[in-house]
Design a protein around this ligand. Structure first.
Ligand code: KIV
Ligand code: NA
Length: 277
């Protein structure tokens, strides 16, 4: 398997070959994504909910995201590694955005960063690209600003809203983003916007017409015990067998069925004899 590059992503789009992206948040999930042969891995700020137990992406910090990103880096060989800049770490100024993104690249080994929204984020994207940091955009449902867009609901359901998303996406492309996420956008809106973009569009709840798809690791594997959005497809139900396995261990310990002789370390007989002196 060859390493994913920004050029190979563009080539996938040009050839009409779907791009596969999944989130990962630690070393084992990164190794699993890598072994499965995905093209891109996102250390999403969805980590706030999936692995840190917050109830939104708002509270997750740069330091928390850096630790997760560094762990994912150690588990990846060929996929491109994109890290989300968390809420509050890039909005204030171009300088803030570049300083934060540099930490993800230099300290955690990210290949690229992702920021949410159009508007001021277009300027941030331009500044990041000028500083030499590849940037992915993210439009439609932007969870960091869910409160200002009417909550966790699809975006672009009116023609004027869809055209606003188109304009944001085009501006992010013009600012130099190498790709863009479309989240929770009605399929007719996505299909109307796609012809206006040359960069790869990675969809999540944006229909089949994008250049690729992304899903959250814990959603697709059925590990996360929470509300699943409409776009989630569960390819496994791993939470139940994980709970069963830990419960079986607990029962074995309580019934003294574990450990068994094969789990024990031995000692030379002559040494055992000395123990009783
Ligand atoms: O944080 C995340 O997991 C994301 C994807 C859903 C695109 O931003
Ligand atoms: Na995110």
């Amino acid at each position: 398997r060859t390493k994913t590059t920004f050029a190979s992503l563009a080539a996938h789009k040009a050839a009409g070959e779907p791009i596969v992206m999944v989130t990962a948040y630690d070393y084992p999930s990164a190794q699993i994504a890598d072994a499965a042969g995905v093209d891109m891995v996102l250390v999403g700020d969805s980590a706030a909910m999936t692995v840190l137990g917050y109830d939104s992406t708002i509270p997750v910090t740069v330091d928390e995201m850096l630790m997760l990103t560094a762990a994912v880096r150690r588990g990846l060989s060929t996929p491109l590694l994109v890290a989300d800049l968390p809420f509050g770490s890039y909005e204030t100024s171009d300088e803030q955005a570049v300083a934060t993104a540099m930490r993800f690249v230099k300290e955690a080994g990210a290949d690229a960063v992702k920021i949410e929204r159009g508007g001021s984020s277009v300027d941030r994207a331009r500044a990041l690209v000028a500083a030499g940091i590849p940037v992915m955009g993210h439009v439609g449902l932007t969870p960091q600003t869910a409160a200002t867009i009417g909550g966790y609901r699809s975006q672009g359901r009116t023609a004027s809203d869809a055209l606003a998303i188109r304009d944001s996406a085009a501006a992010l492309q013009e600012a130099g983003c190498f790709a863009i996420v479309f989240e929770a956008i009605p399929t007719p809106a996505t299909d109307a916007i796609m012809p206006h973009l040359e960069i790869p569009v990675i969809g999540i709840g944006a229909g089949p017409g994008t250049d690729g798809q992304v899903l959250v690791f814990h959603d697709l594997l059925g590990i996360y015990d929470g509300h699943a959005a409409r776009f989630v497809k569960r390819y496994a139900e791993l939470r139940a067998p994980m709970v069963e396995a830990v419960a079986a261990y607990a029962a074995d310990v309580r019934e003294r069925r574990y450990p068994e002789p094969r789990h024990e370390y031995g000692m030379p007989e002559d040494q055992v004899a000395h123990l009783t002196q």
